[in-house]
Ligand binder design. Structure first.
Ligand SMILES: [Fe+2]
Length: 335
C-alpha cells in the first residue's frame, strides 16, 4: 500500500526588507525611467513582509513538516546588490529566520536554506552600485547564520541536492585576487561535491535539484555530461526560486524572442532595447533564453513561488509529498 513517507514545505523569495525600502542603498539608477521602476518596486516591497507572515501563518496551521527548503532571497539587505554584509543585515535576517523556526512545525535542523542573490550579493544587468556583487564577507555571514552554501540529503530513494547558483553564475571580476581565488575554490568544491554526491549513489531513484537562479542549469548540465554522473538512469527534477511565479517564465521566453528578433515587431522591440547600454546588456543575456528554456523542460523545472508573488500576484508556497512507492506529488498553496 502506498504510504506517505515525507511532507516537505518549499518556500522562496520573501524579500523581507532589513530596513525600510526608501532607505535601501543602490536600488536603481535615477532618471525618469529609474524613478518609475523604483516607484512600482517600492509598492511591492511595502507588502513583502506581510505576505511572508501570512505564508508562515498558513503553513504553520497545516501540521508537521519533515523538512523545509527555502530557495533563496529571504531578505533584502541594506545595500541592494551587496548581500548580507552589515550588522543590520545579520540581525534582521536572524529575526526572519527565527520567525520561520517559530511559525512552522518542523525540527530546526530540518530547515535548509539555499543562498539567493540578495543574501550573497549580485550585479544586476542594470546595476548602479560599483561595489555590488558576491563577496567573501557575504558568504561567511551566510554560512554562519544558515550553514553551508551547498548540501544534500536523502529520504529513502529520494535524493536532494541543494546548490548555490551564485557560486556558479556571479562574476568575481570586481574582487581582489585573494577573494576571487577563495570564491573560485568554493565553486570548484561545489562541482566536486556534485560529482561525489552522484558517485556515492549508484542506484538512484529520484533526484531533486534545488537552486536559486535556474540559468545555472546550463552549467550543471555541462557537468552532468562531462562526468556522466547520471548514467544510473535517475529521474531528475529541478526546483528554483528567483522567478517568483510560473508566469515569469513566459516573460523570460518573450524576452528571448525579442533578442532573437525574427518578426518585424520583435526587431522593433530589440532596436528599442539596444538604444542604451543597459538595454543592450539585457538583450545580450536574453538571446540564450530560448535555449535555456529547452533545458528547463528537460529538467522538469518547477518554480517555487515567492511568498509575495510578482508584484503581489501569484504568491504562495509548495508542499512536496513523497510516497513509499517512489512517487511524489506537488501542491501549490496560494496565500
Ligand atoms: Fe527574488
Amino acid at each position: 500500500m502506498k504510504e506517505r513517507i515525507a511532507r516537505i514545505l518549499l518556500m522562496s523569495d520573501s524579500h523581507c526588507m532589513v530596513i525600510p525600502h526608501w532607505k535601501q542603498k543602490g536600488q536603481t539608477e535615477k532618471g525618469a525611467v529609474g524613478w518609475i521602476v523604483e516607484f512600482f518596486i517600492s509598492i511591492w516591497k511595502l507588502f513583502n513582509f506581510r505576505f511572508f507572515k501570512k505564508a508562515l501563518k498558513k503553513a504553520g496551521s497545516m501540521g508537521r513538516f519533515d523538512k523545509v527548503i527555502y530557495c533563496g532571497d529571504l531578505a533584502e539587505c541594506v545595500w541592494n546588490e551587496r548581500g548580507m554584509i552589515t550588522t543590520n543585515d545579520i540581525h534582521a535576517i536572524e529575526r526572519f529566520k527565527a520567525l520561520i523556526e517559530l511559525g512552522i512545525d518542523v525540527r530546526v535542523n530540518d530547515i535548509h536554506y539555499i543562498p539567493g542573490d540578495h543574501e550573497l550579493g549580485y550585479i544586476l544587468p542594470l546595476s548602479c552600485d560599483p561595489k555590488g556583487g558576491i563577496s567573501w564577507r557575504s558568504i561567511n555571514n551566510f554560512e554562519s547564520l544558515f550553514g553551508p552554501l551547498f548540501s544534500g540529503f536523502s529520504i529513502e530513494d529520494f535524493h536532494f541536492l541543494l546548490l548555490s547558483s551564485s557560486l556558479i553564475i556571479q562574476s568575481v571580476e570586481h574582487l581582489s585576487e585573494r577573494e576571487r581565488k577563495f570564491i573560485i575554490r568554493l565553486r570548484d568544491n561545489q562541482y566536486n561535491f556534485i560529482r561525489n554526491y552522484f558517485a556515492c549513489r549508484k542506484e538512484l531513484g529520484t533526484v531533486f535539484l534545488f537552486l536559486h537562479d535556474p540559468d545555472v542549469l546550463e552549467a550543471f548540465h555541462a557537468q552532468v555530461l562531462k562526468y556522466k554522473v547520471l548514467c544510473g538512469g535517475a529521474t531528475l527534477k529541478a526546483f528554483c526560486g528567483h522567478m517568483h511565479t510560473e508566469a515569469s517564465l513566459e516573460k523570460y521566453q518573450n524576452l528571448g524572442h525579442i533578442a532573437r528578433a525574427i518578426s518585424t515587431k520583435e526587431k522593433i522591440l530589440r532596436w528599442l532595447f539596444n538604444r542604451n547600454e543597459k538595454g543592450k546588456k539585457v538583450m545580450q543575456w536574453a538571446k540564450d533564453n530560448l535555449r535555456r528554456i529547452e533545458l528547463f523542460k528537460k529538467y522538469n523545472l518547477q518554480i517555487v513561488p515567492s511568498t509575495a508573488g510578482m508584484m503581489g500576484r501569484g504568491g504562495g508556497f509548495l508542499i512536496l509529498n513523497l510516497y513509499s512507492d517512489g512517487s511524489y506529488e506537488i501542491k501549490k498553496h496560494k496565500i
